[in-house]
Design a binder for this molecule. Structure first.
Ligand code: AHR
Length: 329
């Protein structure tokens, strides 16, 4: 989690990174030797295509780059850190103006981030945080995952209102070592520890943010823990996979097993409107416009906020049908 003190020192680092970029050996992207405007080139390394959220995020980045007139070099890392590191090294070799990436996991970025810094190429994180020193990246455009975990727990409070009896929770975790998996788990636990000593997590395992992962892991949970009556899924896709296993086990999703998830993708809303998911804490994937704005600002030498957050809302099943036609992803 980024602290308030870090945010202040980060703003200074962001300004410095902008200056570095402007003072680097490369020609400033805002002007060319012929007097015209040189197009900005952004190298972007995406995690993969593991979820509906990710597809919406990829479209948002591509559309926003086109709308902003930014030349986007895009690569899909297929959920492998080594592919992301290679993509970043390729962007450094190509002397792009700015590098951005959504880190598949939080650790292991120091070396490549130092290489980008040595090449005077500013790095803007999107979506997920890294645990590297904050002077190695300029800004993060993305959500507060710990708050999302807390919001999911508060949604579960609403879903369980008036219910009696044991609360036996299964958790489908996101990709192990990723910021959303670690921080959503922490946020959910924070609310449990503070207000719900009676809630019990009886099973918790990664489904890697995929529909198939959610399906497989939930099937195993239902065999080993038939007492499960709540599912907290770190994203909608895993909840959607789990719904298939719950039905295959002869149980009714949303009724026999209450389900709370995170994201708010179209298919998640359809399942919520059908009463199969009880509540969703939205995580906004439409980060492209804020990212392009940040790219332009850093190259113009402007100070960026260390953490540029997004707008998000909570939904329960009763809201789903009315909200569905207005969903943008
Ligand atoms: O980092 C954001 C998370 O990554 C989304 O919640 C999930 O769906 C995606 O795979």
């Amino acid at each position: 989690m980024i602290s308030r003190r870090a945010l202040l020192s980060g703003a200074v680092a962001a300004a410095a990174a902008g200056t570095l970029a402007a003072c680097g050996k490369k020609e400033s992207p805002s002007s060319s030797s012929s007097g015209g405007t040189k197009q900005i080139t952004l190298g972007f390394s995406q995690v993969g295509s593991e979820s509906g959220w990710r597809s919406a995020n990829t479209s948002s980045v591509k559309d926003a780059a086109a709308a902003a007139g930014i030349n986007l070099k895009f690569s899909d890392a297929q959920q492998k850190q080594e592919n992301q590191i290679q993509a970043i090294r390729d962007y450094i070799a190509q002397k792009v103006d700015v590098i951005s990436f959504s880190p598949v996991v939080s650790s292991g970025w120091d070396t490549v981030l130092k290489e980008a810094q040595a090449a005077k190429i500013p790095v803007i994180l999107t979506d997920r945080q890294v645990d590297s020193s904050q002077d190695l990246w300029v800004s993060l455009v993305g959500s507060d995952f710990e708050i999302e975990g807390e919001r999911a727990a508060h949604l579960l409070e609403k879903v369980l209102q008036g219910a009696t009896g044991a609360v036996n929770i299964a958790v489908l975790e996101g990709t192990t070592g990723s910021a959303p998996a670690t921080q959503r788990a922490a946020g959910f636990k924070k609310v449990m520890d503070a207000s719900h000593p009676d809630w019990k997590i009886v099973a918790s395992q990664t489904g890697d943010f995929t529909r198939d992962g959610g399906k497989q892991v939930m099937a195993a949970f239902l065999t080993s823990h038939p007492e499960i009556n709540v599912l907290f899924a770190h994203n909608d896709d895993m909840a959607l996979g789990a719904i298939q296993s719950i039905q295959a086990a002869g149980k009714k999703p949303g009724t026999d097993i209450k389900i709370v998830s995170i994201d708010g993708v179209h298919d998640g809303f359809v399942a919520m409107a059908a009463g199969q998911i009880n509540a969703i804490a939205e995580c906004n994937p439409l980060l492209g416009p804020q990212l392009m704005d940040a790219v332009k600002k850093v190259l113009a030498g402007q100070t960026l906020e260390k953490w540029i957050k997004t707008q998000e809302a909570d939904f329960v099943a009763a809201d789903a049908a009315a909200a569905l036609p207005n969903r943008k992803y």
